[in-house]
Design a protein around this ligand. Structure first.
Ligand code: URP
Ligand code: ZN
Ligand code: ZN
Length: 464
Protein backbone atom coordinates (compact mmCIF):
# COMPACT_ATOMS: atom_id res chain seq x y z
CA UNK A 1 0.00 0.00 0.00
CA UNK A 2 1.36 3.46 -0.89
CA UNK A 3 0.15 6.59 0.91
CA UNK A 4 0.72 10.29 0.49
CA UNK A 5 -0.82 13.11 2.51
CA UNK A 6 -0.96 16.63 1.06
CA UNK A 7 -1.20 18.73 4.18
CA UNK A 8 -2.02 22.36 4.87
CA UNK A 9 -3.27 23.37 1.42
CA UNK A 10 -6.49 24.93 0.16
CA UNK A 11 -8.43 22.45 -1.95
CA UNK A 12 -9.86 24.00 -5.14
CA UNK A 13 -12.29 22.07 -7.33
CA UNK A 14 -14.86 23.08 -9.93
CA UNK A 15 -17.42 23.66 -7.19
CA UNK A 16 -15.61 24.41 -3.93
CA UNK A 17 -12.62 26.00 -2.27
CA UNK A 18 -11.85 24.88 1.30
CA UNK A 19 -8.98 24.28 3.69
CA UNK A 20 -8.47 20.51 3.76
CA UNK A 21 -5.81 17.84 3.57
CA UNK A 22 -5.87 15.26 0.78
CA UNK A 23 -5.05 11.64 1.52
CA UNK A 24 -3.94 9.53 -1.42
CA UNK A 25 -3.81 5.75 -1.21
CA UNK A 26 -2.72 3.37 -3.96
CA UNK A 27 -3.07 5.99 -6.65
CA UNK A 28 -6.59 7.12 -5.76
CA UNK A 29 -8.00 9.87 -3.58
CA UNK A 30 -8.82 8.17 -0.27
CA UNK A 31 -10.04 11.11 1.83
CA UNK A 32 -10.39 14.89 1.80
CA UNK A 33 -10.46 16.45 5.29
CA UNK A 34 -8.26 16.64 8.33
CA UNK A 35 -6.85 14.28 10.92
CA UNK A 36 -5.11 11.78 8.62
CA UNK A 37 -1.56 10.46 8.76
CA UNK A 38 0.49 8.83 6.00
CA UNK A 39 3.90 7.39 5.24
CA UNK A 40 4.79 10.45 3.15
CA UNK A 41 3.60 13.97 3.92
CA UNK A 42 3.90 16.95 1.58
CA UNK A 43 3.82 20.20 3.50
CA UNK A 44 1.71 22.30 1.14
CA UNK A 45 1.06 25.22 3.47
CA UNK A 46 0.17 28.32 1.47
CA UNK A 47 -0.52 26.26 -1.66
CA UNK A 48 -3.64 25.31 -3.56
CA UNK A 49 -4.25 21.67 -4.44
CA UNK A 50 -6.33 21.15 -7.56
CA UNK A 51 -7.17 18.36 -10.03
CA UNK A 52 -4.30 17.98 -12.51
CA UNK A 53 -4.78 19.71 -15.82
CA UNK A 54 -6.32 17.75 -18.68
CA UNK A 55 -5.17 18.88 -22.10
CA UNK A 56 -7.43 17.41 -24.75
CA UNK A 57 -5.75 19.04 -27.74
CA UNK A 58 -2.09 18.15 -28.26
CA UNK A 59 -0.14 17.14 -31.34
CA UNK A 60 2.86 15.12 -30.12
CA UNK A 61 4.97 13.29 -32.71
CA UNK A 62 2.34 14.46 -35.18
CA UNK A 63 3.27 13.94 -38.83
CA UNK A 64 2.72 16.77 -41.32
CA UNK A 65 2.85 14.69 -44.48
CA UNK A 66 2.77 17.57 -47.00
CA UNK A 67 5.99 18.98 -45.48
CA UNK A 68 7.62 15.66 -44.57
CA UNK A 69 8.10 16.71 -40.94
CA UNK A 70 6.83 15.79 -37.48
CA UNK A 71 6.04 18.09 -34.54
CA UNK A 72 9.14 18.74 -32.43
CA UNK A 73 7.97 16.95 -29.27
CA UNK A 74 7.70 13.20 -29.04
CA UNK A 75 5.60 11.54 -26.37
CA UNK A 76 8.44 11.75 -23.86
CA UNK A 77 9.43 15.41 -24.18
CA UNK A 78 5.84 16.53 -24.74
CA UNK A 79 4.34 14.74 -21.77
CA UNK A 80 7.30 15.69 -19.55
CA UNK A 81 6.75 19.33 -20.51
CA UNK A 82 3.05 18.86 -19.78
CA UNK A 83 3.78 17.43 -16.32
CA UNK A 84 6.03 20.41 -15.52
CA UNK A 85 3.15 22.67 -16.52
CA UNK A 86 0.64 20.79 -14.33
CA UNK A 87 -0.91 18.48 -16.93
CA UNK A 88 -1.67 14.95 -15.77
CA UNK A 89 -3.65 13.65 -18.78
CA UNK A 90 -3.54 14.43 -22.47
CA UNK A 91 -5.86 13.48 -25.28
CA UNK A 92 -3.77 13.56 -28.45
CA UNK A 93 -4.66 12.31 -31.95
CA UNK A 94 -4.26 9.26 -34.16
CA UNK A 95 -4.15 10.16 -37.86
CA UNK A 96 -6.03 8.05 -40.37
CA UNK A 97 -4.35 8.52 -43.74
CA UNK A 98 -6.55 8.12 -46.80
CA UNK A 99 -7.02 4.45 -47.61
CA UNK A 100 -6.29 3.38 -44.04
CA UNK A 101 -8.69 2.06 -41.41
CA UNK A 102 -9.21 3.76 -38.04
CA UNK A 103 -7.97 0.60 -36.34
CA UNK A 104 -4.64 0.72 -38.21
CA UNK A 105 -4.14 4.36 -37.24
CA UNK A 106 -5.10 3.63 -33.62
CA UNK A 107 -2.72 0.67 -33.28
CA UNK A 108 0.17 2.62 -34.79
CA UNK A 109 -0.44 5.45 -32.34
CA UNK A 110 -0.68 3.18 -29.30
CA UNK A 111 2.69 1.65 -30.20
CA UNK A 112 4.23 5.14 -30.42
CA UNK A 113 2.82 6.42 -27.15
CA UNK A 114 3.18 3.46 -24.79
CA UNK A 115 6.98 3.42 -24.39
CA UNK A 116 7.34 7.17 -23.91
CA UNK A 117 4.41 8.81 -22.11
CA UNK A 118 5.09 10.21 -18.66
CA UNK A 119 1.44 11.03 -17.92
CA UNK A 120 -1.82 9.30 -18.79
CA UNK A 121 -3.18 9.63 -22.28
CA UNK A 122 -5.93 9.01 -24.73
CA UNK A 123 -6.39 10.10 -28.31
CA UNK A 124 -9.06 11.31 -30.68
CA UNK A 125 -9.23 9.52 -34.02
CA UNK A 126 -8.64 11.98 -36.86
CA UNK A 127 -10.87 10.80 -39.70
CA UNK A 128 -9.84 11.87 -43.20
CA UNK A 129 -11.52 9.19 -45.30
CA UNK A 130 -15.20 8.72 -44.50
CA UNK A 131 -15.77 5.38 -46.25
CA UNK A 132 -18.60 3.04 -45.30
CA UNK A 133 -16.14 0.52 -43.84
CA UNK A 134 -14.67 3.35 -41.74
CA UNK A 135 -18.13 4.35 -40.48
CA UNK A 136 -18.60 0.72 -39.47
CA UNK A 137 -15.49 0.95 -37.24
CA UNK A 138 -16.94 3.82 -35.23
CA UNK A 139 -19.09 1.79 -32.79
CA UNK A 140 -16.13 -0.49 -32.11
CA UNK A 141 -13.79 2.45 -31.51
CA UNK A 142 -16.29 3.92 -29.04
CA UNK A 143 -16.79 0.58 -27.32
CA UNK A 144 -12.99 0.23 -27.02
CA UNK A 145 -12.69 3.61 -25.25
CA UNK A 146 -11.98 5.97 -28.15
CA UNK A 147 -15.23 7.98 -28.29
CA UNK A 148 -14.06 11.21 -29.99
CA UNK A 149 -13.36 11.83 -33.67
CA UNK A 150 -11.58 14.84 -35.12
CA UNK A 151 -12.73 16.23 -38.45
CA UNK A 152 -10.95 18.99 -40.35
CA UNK A 153 -13.11 21.28 -42.49
CA UNK A 154 -9.90 22.58 -44.12
CA UNK A 155 -6.32 21.35 -44.82
CA UNK A 156 -5.74 19.65 -48.20
CA UNK A 157 -4.70 16.17 -47.12
CA UNK A 158 -7.06 15.93 -44.15
CA UNK A 159 -10.22 17.81 -45.23
CA UNK A 160 -13.61 16.16 -44.91
CA UNK A 161 -16.39 17.74 -46.99
CA UNK A 162 -19.85 18.64 -45.64
CA UNK A 163 -21.31 15.28 -46.68
CA UNK A 164 -18.52 13.47 -44.86
CA UNK A 165 -19.00 15.61 -41.78
CA UNK A 166 -22.73 14.89 -41.78
CA UNK A 167 -22.11 11.14 -42.05
CA UNK A 168 -19.59 11.35 -39.20
CA UNK A 169 -22.05 13.27 -37.04
CA UNK A 170 -24.78 10.68 -37.63
CA UNK A 171 -22.50 7.69 -37.06
CA UNK A 172 -21.00 9.04 -33.85
CA UNK A 173 -24.30 10.26 -32.39
CA UNK A 174 -25.85 6.84 -32.88
CA UNK A 175 -23.28 5.19 -30.58
CA UNK A 176 -22.27 7.72 -27.91
CA UNK A 177 -19.41 9.36 -29.77
CA UNK A 178 -18.50 12.99 -30.36
CA UNK A 179 -17.18 14.85 -33.40
CA UNK A 180 -14.51 17.44 -32.62
CA UNK A 181 -14.29 19.86 -35.55
CA UNK A 182 -11.64 22.25 -36.84
CA UNK A 183 -13.82 24.88 -38.45
CA UNK A 184 -12.50 27.08 -41.27
CA UNK A 185 -14.04 27.57 -44.73
CA UNK A 186 -11.57 25.80 -46.99
CA UNK A 187 -12.67 27.44 -50.27
CA UNK A 188 -12.38 30.92 -48.78
CA UNK A 189 -8.97 30.17 -47.26
CA UNK A 190 -7.65 28.86 -50.58
CA UNK A 191 -9.06 31.86 -52.46
CA UNK A 192 -7.49 34.34 -50.05
CA UNK A 193 -4.14 32.54 -50.04
CA UNK A 194 -4.07 32.64 -53.86
CA UNK A 195 -4.83 36.39 -53.86
CA UNK A 196 -1.90 37.10 -51.53
CA UNK A 197 0.58 34.86 -53.31
CA UNK A 198 -0.37 36.21 -56.77
CA UNK A 199 0.32 39.74 -55.52
CA UNK A 200 3.74 38.76 -54.17
CA UNK A 201 2.63 38.85 -50.54
CA UNK A 202 4.49 35.70 -49.54
CA UNK A 203 5.79 36.62 -46.05
CA UNK A 204 4.52 35.07 -42.81
CA UNK A 205 2.43 38.13 -41.90
CA UNK A 206 0.00 37.22 -44.72
CA UNK A 207 -0.97 33.97 -43.02
CA UNK A 208 -3.48 35.79 -40.78
CA UNK A 209 -5.32 37.81 -43.45
CA UNK A 210 -5.72 34.56 -45.41
CA UNK A 211 -7.79 33.14 -42.56
CA UNK A 212 -9.89 36.05 -41.22
CA UNK A 213 -12.58 35.69 -38.52
CA UNK A 214 -15.42 35.32 -41.06
CA UNK A 215 -13.78 32.16 -42.43
CA UNK A 216 -13.93 30.61 -38.97
CA UNK A 217 -17.38 31.94 -38.05
CA UNK A 218 -18.95 30.64 -41.28
CA UNK A 219 -17.56 27.12 -40.87
CA UNK A 220 -18.46 27.06 -37.17
CA UNK A 221 -22.04 27.99 -38.00
CA UNK A 222 -22.17 25.37 -40.78
CA UNK A 223 -20.83 22.64 -38.49
CA UNK A 224 -23.40 23.54 -35.83
CA UNK A 225 -26.21 23.45 -38.42
CA UNK A 226 -25.06 20.05 -39.69
CA UNK A 227 -24.92 18.75 -36.11
CA UNK A 228 -28.50 19.97 -35.69
CA UNK A 229 -29.54 18.11 -38.87
CA UNK A 230 -27.91 14.93 -37.57
CA UNK A 231 -29.22 15.40 -34.02
CA UNK A 232 -25.62 15.06 -32.87
CA UNK A 233 -23.48 16.64 -30.17
CA UNK A 234 -20.44 18.52 -31.43
CA UNK A 235 -17.30 20.03 -29.95
CA UNK A 236 -15.83 23.04 -31.77
CA UNK A 237 -12.03 23.11 -31.59
CA UNK A 238 -10.04 26.29 -30.87
CA UNK A 239 -12.62 29.08 -31.00
CA UNK A 240 -10.69 32.29 -31.68
CA UNK A 241 -13.22 34.93 -32.63
CA UNK A 242 -16.23 36.68 -31.19
CA UNK A 243 -18.34 35.57 -34.17
CA UNK A 244 -17.60 31.87 -33.73
CA UNK A 245 -18.14 32.15 -29.97
CA UNK A 246 -21.52 33.81 -30.65
CA UNK A 247 -22.60 30.90 -32.89
CA UNK A 248 -21.73 28.46 -30.09
CA UNK A 249 -23.58 30.56 -27.52
CA UNK A 250 -26.67 30.82 -29.78
CA UNK A 251 -26.75 27.05 -30.30
CA UNK A 252 -26.47 26.45 -26.56
CA UNK A 253 -29.27 28.94 -25.91
CA UNK A 254 -31.41 26.89 -28.32
CA UNK A 255 -30.62 23.86 -26.12
CA UNK A 256 -28.33 22.12 -28.64
CA UNK A 257 -25.52 19.89 -27.29
CA UNK A 258 -22.67 22.06 -28.60
CA UNK A 259 -19.47 22.54 -26.61
CA UNK A 260 -16.27 24.38 -27.49
CA UNK A 261 -12.76 25.20 -26.46
CA UNK A 262 -10.36 28.06 -26.80
CA UNK A 263 -6.60 28.12 -26.23
CA UNK A 264 -4.22 30.44 -24.33
CA UNK A 265 -2.70 31.92 -27.49
CA UNK A 266 -6.08 33.44 -28.36
CA UNK A 267 -6.50 34.76 -24.82
CA UNK A 268 -3.13 36.41 -24.25
CA UNK A 269 -1.86 37.29 -27.75
CA UNK A 270 -3.44 39.31 -30.53
CA UNK A 271 -2.87 39.97 -34.21
CA UNK A 272 -0.11 42.50 -33.52
CA UNK A 273 2.20 39.46 -33.63
CA UNK A 274 1.72 39.48 -37.44
CA UNK A 275 3.66 42.68 -38.07
CA UNK A 276 4.84 42.69 -41.72
CA UNK A 277 7.92 44.67 -40.62
CA UNK A 278 8.96 42.00 -38.12
CA UNK A 279 10.48 39.75 -40.81
CA UNK A 280 10.45 35.98 -40.64
CA UNK A 281 10.22 35.94 -36.80
CA UNK A 282 6.45 36.24 -37.40
CA UNK A 283 6.56 32.55 -38.40
CA UNK A 284 6.81 31.74 -34.68
CA UNK A 285 3.15 32.78 -34.42
CA UNK A 286 1.78 31.01 -37.50
CA UNK A 287 -1.05 28.77 -36.38
CA UNK A 288 -4.55 28.08 -37.63
CA UNK A 289 -6.81 29.75 -36.90
CA UNK A 290 -4.51 32.74 -36.34
CA UNK A 291 -4.56 35.23 -33.47
CA UNK A 292 -7.18 37.96 -33.77
CA UNK A 293 -7.66 41.66 -33.05
CA UNK A 294 -7.86 42.42 -29.33
CA UNK A 295 -11.67 42.78 -29.21
CA UNK A 296 -11.93 39.05 -30.04
CA UNK A 297 -9.56 38.24 -27.18
CA UNK A 298 -11.80 40.17 -24.81
CA UNK A 299 -14.88 38.38 -26.16
CA UNK A 300 -13.25 35.01 -25.49
CA UNK A 301 -12.50 35.87 -21.85
CA UNK A 302 -16.13 36.95 -21.45
CA UNK A 303 -17.34 33.70 -23.06
CA UNK A 304 -15.17 31.66 -20.66
CA UNK A 305 -16.54 33.47 -17.64
CA UNK A 306 -20.14 33.31 -18.91
CA UNK A 307 -19.99 29.61 -19.72
CA UNK A 308 -20.46 29.72 -23.48
CA UNK A 309 -16.92 28.31 -23.98
CA UNK A 310 -16.40 25.29 -21.74
CA UNK A 311 -12.72 24.42 -21.85
CA UNK A 312 -9.21 25.70 -22.51
CA UNK A 313 -6.76 23.33 -24.15
CA UNK A 314 -3.35 24.10 -25.62
CA UNK A 315 -3.43 22.91 -29.27
CA UNK A 316 0.26 22.21 -28.58
CA UNK A 317 1.71 21.82 -32.10
CA UNK A 318 5.39 22.68 -31.68
CA UNK A 319 7.73 23.29 -34.59
CA UNK A 320 11.32 24.43 -34.17
CA UNK A 321 11.92 27.91 -35.48
CA UNK A 322 15.44 27.35 -36.78
CA UNK A 323 14.84 24.35 -39.03
CA UNK A 324 11.09 23.63 -39.23
CA UNK A 325 9.25 26.96 -39.42
CA UNK A 326 11.88 27.96 -42.04
CA UNK A 327 10.29 25.58 -44.58
CA UNK A 328 8.07 28.56 -45.40
CA UNK A 329 10.71 31.25 -45.72
CA UNK A 330 9.65 32.04 -49.32
CA UNK A 331 5.98 31.10 -49.05
CA UNK A 332 3.91 31.42 -45.86
CA UNK A 333 1.74 28.44 -46.84
CA UNK A 334 4.73 26.16 -46.26
CA UNK A 335 5.27 27.31 -42.67
CA UNK A 336 4.12 24.43 -40.45
CA UNK A 337 1.05 25.59 -38.54
CA UNK A 338 1.10 25.50 -34.77
CA UNK A 339 2.50 26.83 -31.50
CA UNK A 340 4.04 25.15 -28.46
CA UNK A 341 1.91 25.51 -25.33
CA UNK A 342 1.39 22.34 -23.29
CA UNK A 343 3.64 23.55 -20.45
CA UNK A 344 2.42 27.14 -20.32
CA UNK A 345 -1.35 26.57 -20.67
CA UNK A 346 -2.23 26.43 -16.98
CA UNK A 347 0.06 29.31 -15.90
CA UNK A 348 -1.20 31.57 -18.71
CA UNK A 349 -4.86 30.94 -17.84
CA UNK A 350 -4.13 31.17 -14.12
CA UNK A 351 -2.32 34.49 -14.52
CA UNK A 352 -4.66 35.97 -17.13
CA UNK A 353 -7.83 34.59 -15.56
CA UNK A 354 -7.58 33.96 -11.82
CA UNK A 355 -4.97 36.58 -10.93
CA UNK A 356 -6.83 39.30 -12.81
CA UNK A 357 -10.22 38.34 -11.36
CA UNK A 358 -11.68 37.41 -14.77
CA UNK A 359 -12.18 33.80 -13.60
CA UNK A 360 -12.85 32.38 -10.17
CA UNK A 361 -10.43 29.69 -8.98
CA UNK A 362 -13.26 27.16 -9.29
CA UNK A 363 -13.95 28.19 -12.89
CA UNK A 364 -10.23 27.82 -13.67
CA UNK A 365 -10.37 24.18 -12.49
CA UNK A 366 -13.57 23.58 -14.42
CA UNK A 367 -12.11 24.96 -17.67
CA UNK A 368 -8.77 23.18 -17.48
CA UNK A 369 -9.60 19.84 -15.84
CA UNK A 370 -13.20 19.03 -14.96
CA UNK A 371 -14.92 20.06 -18.19
CA UNK A 372 -12.32 18.48 -20.50
CA UNK A 373 -12.91 15.24 -18.57
CA UNK A 374 -16.69 15.60 -18.86
CA UNK A 375 -16.61 16.40 -22.57
CA UNK A 376 -14.25 13.63 -23.61
CA UNK A 377 -15.41 10.70 -21.46
CA UNK A 378 -12.81 10.81 -18.67
CA UNK A 379 -15.19 11.91 -15.90
CA UNK A 380 -15.42 11.01 -12.98
CA UNK A 381 -12.16 9.04 -12.88
CA UNK A 382 -10.20 12.15 -13.88
CA UNK A 383 -10.68 15.91 -13.55
CA UNK A 384 -12.15 15.83 -10.04
CA UNK A 385 -10.83 15.76 -6.51
CA UNK A 386 -13.42 13.34 -5.17
CA UNK A 387 -12.81 10.20 -3.14
CA UNK A 388 -12.21 7.33 -5.54
CA UNK A 389 -10.92 9.45 -8.41
CA UNK A 390 -7.39 9.00 -9.72
CA UNK A 391 -4.99 11.02 -7.55
CA UNK A 392 -3.95 13.30 -10.43
CA UNK A 393 -3.22 16.54 -8.62
CA UNK A 394 -1.27 19.75 -8.82
CA UNK A 395 -0.05 21.73 -5.87
CA UNK A 396 0.44 25.38 -6.76
CA UNK A 397 1.69 28.42 -4.88
CA UNK A 398 -0.81 30.99 -6.22
CA UNK A 399 1.55 33.86 -5.50
CA UNK A 400 4.75 32.48 -7.02
CA UNK A 401 5.48 34.58 -10.11
CA UNK A 402 7.59 33.12 -12.92
CA UNK A 403 8.88 34.79 -16.08
CA UNK A 404 8.45 32.46 -19.05
CA UNK A 405 11.76 31.59 -20.67
CA UNK A 406 11.95 28.97 -23.44
CA UNK A 407 15.37 27.88 -22.18
CA UNK A 408 13.79 26.71 -18.91
CA UNK A 409 10.82 24.91 -20.45
CA UNK A 410 10.96 21.18 -21.20
CA UNK A 411 9.55 21.01 -24.72
CA UNK A 412 12.00 20.12 -27.52
CA UNK A 413 11.22 23.35 -29.33
CA UNK A 414 13.56 26.32 -29.52
CA UNK A 415 11.27 29.22 -28.61
CA UNK A 416 8.18 30.18 -26.67
CA UNK A 417 5.51 32.52 -28.07
CA UNK A 418 5.23 33.80 -24.49
CA UNK A 419 8.89 34.61 -23.87
CA UNK A 420 9.26 37.16 -21.07
CA UNK A 421 5.63 37.08 -19.92
CA UNK A 422 5.14 37.00 -16.16
CA UNK A 423 2.75 34.31 -14.97
CA UNK A 424 1.76 32.36 -11.88
CA UNK A 425 0.38 28.86 -11.48
CA UNK A 426 3.33 26.62 -12.33
CA UNK A 427 3.04 23.58 -10.04
CA UNK A 428 5.41 23.03 -7.16
CA UNK A 429 4.34 19.38 -7.25
CA UNK A 430 2.55 17.41 -9.94
CA UNK A 431 1.11 14.08 -8.84
CA UNK A 432 -0.07 11.38 -11.23
CA UNK A 433 -2.00 8.42 -9.83
CA UNK A 434 -0.43 9.16 -6.46
CA UNK A 435 3.16 9.38 -7.73
CA UNK A 436 5.02 12.67 -7.43
CA UNK A 437 6.22 13.28 -11.00
CA UNK A 438 7.28 16.92 -10.56
CA UNK A 439 9.07 17.73 -7.32
CA UNK A 440 9.55 21.40 -6.44
CA UNK A 441 9.21 22.30 -10.11
CA UNK A 442 11.71 19.70 -11.34
CA UNK A 443 10.66 16.60 -13.34
CA UNK A 444 10.90 13.34 -11.42
CA UNK A 445 8.99 11.04 -13.76
CA UNK A 446 9.96 7.88 -15.56
CA UNK A 447 9.59 7.51 -19.33
CA UNK A 448 6.72 5.16 -20.18
CA UNK A 449 4.94 5.33 -16.78
CA UNK A 450 1.85 6.91 -18.37
CA UNK A 451 -1.12 4.68 -19.11
CA UNK A 452 -4.01 4.69 -21.54
CA UNK A 453 -6.84 6.44 -19.66
CA UNK A 454 -10.14 4.59 -19.99
CA UNK A 455 -12.81 6.74 -21.67
CA UNK A 456 -16.53 6.09 -21.67
CA UNK A 457 -19.33 6.95 -24.08
CA UNK A 458 -20.36 10.60 -24.29
CA UNK A 459 -23.90 11.39 -23.16
CA UNK A 460 -25.01 14.64 -24.88
CA UNK A 461 -27.26 15.35 -21.89
CA UNK A 462 -24.26 15.38 -19.54
CA UNK A 463 -22.08 17.80 -21.52
CA UNK A 464 -21.14 20.93 -19.57
O1 URP B 1 -2.06 25.63 -36.28
C1 URP B 1 -2.46 24.65 -35.69
N1 URP B 1 -3.40 24.75 -34.79
N2 URP B 1 -1.93 23.45 -35.95
C2 URP B 1 -2.30 22.24 -35.40
C3 URP B 1 -3.29 21.51 -36.23
C4 URP B 1 -4.68 21.99 -35.94
O2 URP B 1 -5.17 22.81 -36.64
O3 URP B 1 -5.30 21.52 -35.00
ZN1 ZN C 1 -7.22 22.62 -35.60
ZN1 ZN D 1 -4.80 21.15 -33.27
Amino acid sequence: MSELLIQGATVVTADRMERADVLVRDGRIAAVGTGHGAARILDATGHWVMPGGIDTHTHLAHPIDRLGITTADDFYTGTLAGACGGVTTIVDFSLQRRGESLFEARDRRLAEIEPDAVIDYGFHAIVTDVRSDVLAEIPVMIEDGFPSFKVYMTYGDKIVDDGGLLRMLEATAAHGGLVYAHCENDCAVNHLIARHLESGRTGPAYHAPSRPPAVEAEATHRAIMLAGLAGAPLCIAHVTSGGAARHVADARERGEPIVSETCPQYLVLDDSVYDPDAGFEVAKFVCSPPMRASQHRDALWRALAAGSIQQVSSDHAPFRYHDQKTAGRDNFTRIPNGLPGIETRLPLVFAGGVKTGRLSPERFVELTATNPARIFGLHPRKGTLDVGADADLIVVDPDAEVEIDAARLHSAVDYSPYQGMKVAGFPTWTISRGEVIVERGEPAAGRGRGRLAPRGVIDPGMLP
